[in-house]
Design a protein around this ligand. Structure first.
Ligand code: NDP
Length: 292
């Protein structure tokens, strides 16, 4: 029997909604995975200005798009335009993946399970207390992901009320600490088994001065840390000032250090599985993410 040419098969179309979005590595990751699995499909860029989000979601619906990822600045704003939002996305208050279930558009958040998969890859155990630095979107995903694994949670942020409302919003029991409270912060470092750096303070764009990232790290009582793993969610640079400080601190050299690229990869592998309904070819996607 003659096979239909590829263009005659039902092509699954998906893409990433954001503004600006042209820097995104998601098309490279997802298209490489589609090619590797021989799935007829295409993953594109959907640049959507802030005022056009509702119309864009209506467009996804009307065009029968298989699914989409959502990035800045739309991850929070998109919730009211969807038919359903899963529990993790609702607690995090952000959707990064939209899938079609029948006629419904359903919002998911794969950042939290993506973080968990990246830690599992490195053999990190989810026991004891996680100390999470920061109170923004990445910290919310970490709190929900690690809380769901049964870890106790402490959130340390420069604004203590922000840490408190993060716990409230995510419906999580936990402690809060102000980054400026040296005694309480030292105590929190000494009691944590996993440290999660979820502020943007260690982010240093190419060509930027690293001085303030280094100052942020110097102010942390890392020598008090008695746990077994550190993850810095920032992946630019991959070796952040905090990861370097752990590598150079006598007594912390055996701490497992995990960079933020694993979470970026696995939010993508989980989104791929949700949108295209096939197991993600993880190594293919990792190579596509790393190769410019
Ligand atoms: P947000 O802007 O939502 O939050 C940033 C947080 O960092 C806020 O709590 C902010 O505090 C805090 N912060 C910034 N500068 C400092 C500082 N000098 N000292 C103390 N706290 C500081 O960003 P996101 O949460 O979305 O992202 C945070 C980082 O995580 C980003 O740099 C991003 O690269 C990374 N990320 C990585 C992902 C991955 O897949 N690996 C996914 C998502 C994010 P305040 O509110 O007081 O300003």
């Amino acid at each position: 029997m003659r096979r239909s040419p590829w263009y005659a098969e039902a092509m699954k179309v998906a893409g990433i909604v954001g503004w600006p979005v042209d820097h995104s590595r998601s098309p490279a990751m997802h298209n490489a995975a589609l090619r590797a699995l021989g799935i007829p499909g295409f993953y594109g860029l959907f640049p959507v200005k802030p005022g056009s989000l509702q119309a864009a979601v209506a467009g996804l619906r009307a065009l029968g798009i298989a699914g989409a990822n959502v990035t800045l600045p739309h991850k929070e704003a998109v919730l009211p335009f969807l038919d359903e939002v899963d529990d993790a996305a609702r607690r995090i208050g952000a959707v990064n993946t939209i899938v079609r279930r029948g006629e419904a558009l359903v919002g998911l958040n794969t950042d939290a399970p993506g973080l968990i998969r990246s830690l599992e890859d490195e053999g990190v155990a989810f026991q004891g207390r996680a100390l999470i630095l920061g109170a923004g979107g990445a910290a919310r995903a970490a709190v929900v992901g690690l809380g769901n694994q049964g870890m106790q949670i402490t959130v340390a942020a420069r604004r203590k009320p922000a840490a408190r409302s993060l716990l409230e919003q995510t419906e999580t029991e936990g402690n809060v600490v102000a980054l400026g409270d040296a005694l309480a912060l030292r105590d929190a470092f000494s009691k944590a088994s996993l440290l999660v750096q979820a502020t943007s303070a260690t982010l240093v764009a190419e060509g930027e001065d690293p001085t303030s990232a280094e100052a942020f790290v110097r102010a942390l009582p890392i020598e008090a840390f008695a746990g077994h793993a550190l993850v810095d969610l920032v992946y630019q640079p991959r070796q952040t000032a905090l990861m370097k400080a752990f590598a150079n601190e006598p007594g912390l050299m055996n701490v497992v250090r995990v960079d933020g690229l694993g979470m970026l990869l696995h939010q993508g592998t989980l989104a791929f599985e949700a949108i295209f309904g096939a197991p993600a070819p993880v190594e293919v996607m990792r190579r596509a993410l790393l190769c410019p």
